[in-house]
Design a protein around this ligand. Structure first.
Ligand code: ARG
Length: 458
C-alpha cells in the first residue's frame, strides 16, 4: 500500500520507487514511529478529533504490530516506501476503517522529524552511559597510579616526569567534556515537532503541549516550518561524536605507541589483540588501530550533513532523507568504539618499571635542575644555560643527571651541592608539582575527590 497515488494515472517506475524508498534504513526506528503514533492518537481522542473507541482500537493495533515485529512474527517488508507506510498499511489491514484515521492532522514530514528526534534522544542517553562507564574505568586506573611515574611528552619527546594517573586524567577531562556536550545537545533538541504538519501546522485543534509531554519533550517546537526542517541537532550530534572519536583516536595512538617494542609501557590483553597470518611472533594492537581508523567515517558524517543541508529552501525537502544512514552509521560506530575501547582499557597491563625507567632517561628532570639553581639565587635564564651545558656533558658521557658525581656537577658550576640528587629525583620532580591540575600526588588526590563527586551526581 502507498500513502499517496490518487492524483496519479501511471504506476511509479520501479527504479524511481527504489531510489525514493527509505524503508531499508528507516525501519531502524519502527519503535519510535509506533510510540509517536500512539501519542498522536491519544491526543486526537482527547481533542475529540477521533472517538475514544477508534483511539483504543488503533492503539491495540499499533501495540500488536510492535509486538509482532519484536518477536519476529512480522517481518518489515522492503517493498514499502518507508516505515511510516509499512506501519499504517499493517494497521489498516488489521483493524480496518479506524486505522485510516491514524494520520489525521499529521504529515510524514512532522512524523519523520519526530521519529528521528526520538531515536536520537535515546541514542544520546545510551552513548552518555557508555562514556560514563569509560570514565569509571579511567578513574580506577587514576586512583591506582598516583605515584606511577612516567615521562610526559611534548612533540613526542620526553619532556617532564608525570604520573600515569595524571596522564589518564587528561582523558578523563576530555570524555567529561564530551558528556556535557551531549547533555547540551539533548536539552536544545528536546522539543517536539509533532503537529507541525507538512509545514504550516494543521486546521485541527491539536494539543501540541499534550503530545510533547506524552513523549517526554520539554514542549512543542514554536515554528512549524522549522519543526519539519530542522536537522541542526543531527549536525551537532555528529560533531560531538566526531570529537569523541578524535579523543578515542588520540588515546588509541598512544596505546599503539606504548605497545610498541620500543616503548613496552603496556601489554594489551590477549583477548583484545590480534595476530599475524605470517609472522608468528606478532601480537598487534588492531583494536586501537581500528578505532583510530573509524574516526574518519564519523568526521565524514558532519561534512556530508552540512553539505546536504546547505542551500535548502524552507521547509521540508526530500534531500533531508539523507540524514539517516549517515547518522545511524556514526552512532553505531561511535558506540561500538567506546565499548570496545573500554574493554581494552579495562584489561590493559601497565609496565610500571618500564615507564619509570623511560622517565629517568631523556633528561625529564632538566627543568627541575634549573629550578634548583633558581632556588639558589641564579636567575632562571642563566640556570637554563648552565643546565643546557650539563645535559650536553651528560649526552657526551652517556650518563643521566642523577648519575653524575658531585665533582662533575661542580665542574660545570660550583653552586651545586649534595641536595641536587634529591632535587632531580623523579619523585621530587612529581611531588613538587602540586598546584591544582598538576601531577603531584596531593593535587591529584584533590582532583580524584572531585571526579568521584562528579560521577556520583552526573
Ligand atoms: N522518508 C522521508 C524522510 O526520511 C519521510 C518524509 C517523507 N515526506 C515527503 N514529503 N516525501 O525524509
Amino acid at each position: 500500500m502507498k500513502l499517496w497515488g490518487g492524483r496519479f494515472t501511471k504506476a511509479t517506475n520501479e527504479l524511481v520507487h527504489n531510489f525514493n524508498a527509505s524503508i531499508s534504513f528507516d525501519q531502524k526506528f519502527y519503535k519510535e514511529d509506533i510510540e509517536g503514533s500512539i501519542a498522536h492518537v491519544t491526543m486526537l481522542a482527547k481533542q475529540q478529533i477521533i472517538t475514544n473507541e477508534d483511539k483504543e482500537t488503533i492503539i491495540i493495533g499499533l501495540k500488536g504490530i510492535l509486538k509482532d515485529i519484536e518477536t519476529g512474527k512480522l517481518e518489515i517488508d522492503g517493498t514499502y516506501e518507508d516505515i511510516h507506510s509499512f506501519v499504517e498499511a499493517h494497521l489498516i489491514e488489521r483493524i480496518g476503517e479506524a486505522g485510516k484515521k491514524l494520520h489525521t492532522g499529521r504529515s510524514r514530514n512532522d512524523q519523520v522529524a519526530l521519529d528521528m528526534k526520538l531515536y536520537t534522544r535515546r541514542e544520546i542517553l545510551e552513548m552518555d552511559e557508555l562514556l560514563k562507564n569509560l570514565l569509571k574505568s579511567l578513574l580506577k586506573i587514576i586512583k591506582e597510579n598516583t605515584d606511577t611515574i612516567m615521562p610526559g611528552f611534548t612533540h613526542l619527546q620526553k619532556a617532564q616526569p608525570v604520573t600515569l594517573a595524571h596522564h589518564m586524567g587528561a582523558y578523563f577531562e576530555m570524555f567529561k567534556r564530551d558528556r556535557s556536550r551531549l547533555t547540551d545537545i539533548y536539552n536544545r533538541m528536546n522539543c517536539c515537532p509533532l503537529g507541525s504538519g507538512a509545514l504550516a501546522g494543521t486546521t485541527y485543534p491539536l494539543d501540541r503541549e499534550y503530545t510533547a509531554s506524552l513523549l517526554g519533550f520539554a514542549g512543542p517546537t514554536l515554528n512549524s516550518m522549522d519543526g519539519v526542517s530542522d536537522r541542526d541537532y543531527l549536525i551537532e550530534f555528529s560533531a560531538a561524536m566526531s570529537i569523541i572519536m578524535m579523543h578515542l583516536s588520540r588515546f588509541c595512538e598512544e596505546i599503539t605507541i606504548w605497545n610498541s617494542n620500543e616503548y613496552q609501557f603496556i601489554d594489551i590483553d590477549d583477548s583484545y589483540s590480534t595476530g599475524s597470518s605470517i609472522m608468528p611472533q606478532k601480537k598487534n594492537p588492531d583494536i586501537a588501530e581500528l578505532v583510530r581508523g573509524k574516526t574518519g567515517r564519523v568526521y565524514g558524517t558532519v561534512m556530508s550533513l552540512l553539505t546536504t543541508m546547505k542551500g535548502l529552501s524552507l521547509a521540508y525537502n526530500k534531500d533531508m532523507q539523507e540524514d539517516k544512514e549517515l547518522v545511524f552509521d556514526a552512532i553505531d560506530t561511535t558506540k561500538g568504539c567506546i565499548l570496545l575501547f573500554n574493554g581494552m582499557l579495562d584489561t590493559l597491563k601497565f609496565n610500571k618499571n618500564q615507564m619509570r625507567k623511560s622517565a629517568e632517561g631523556g633528561f625529564t628532570n632538566a627543568t627541575d635542575a634549573a629550578d634548583y639553581l633558581v632556588n639558589h639565587g641564579v636567575p632562571f635564564r642563566d640556570a637554563h644555560g648552565i643546565i643546557g651545558k650539563l645535559v650536553l656533558y651528560c649526552i657526551n658521557s652517556n650518563k643521566s643527571l642523577s648519575e653524575l658525581s658531585l665533582s662533575e656537577y661542580k665542574a660545570i658550576n660550583p653552586i651545586f651541592e649534595e641536595d641536587i640528587y634529591s632535587a632531580v629525583s623523579m619523585e621530587t620532580c612529581v611531588e613538587k608539582r602540586n598546584t591544582i591540575g598538576a601531577p603531584g600526588p596531593k593535587a591529584m588526590e584533590e582532583v580524584i575527590v572531585l571526579y568521584e563527586k562528579y560521577l556520583e551526581s552526573n
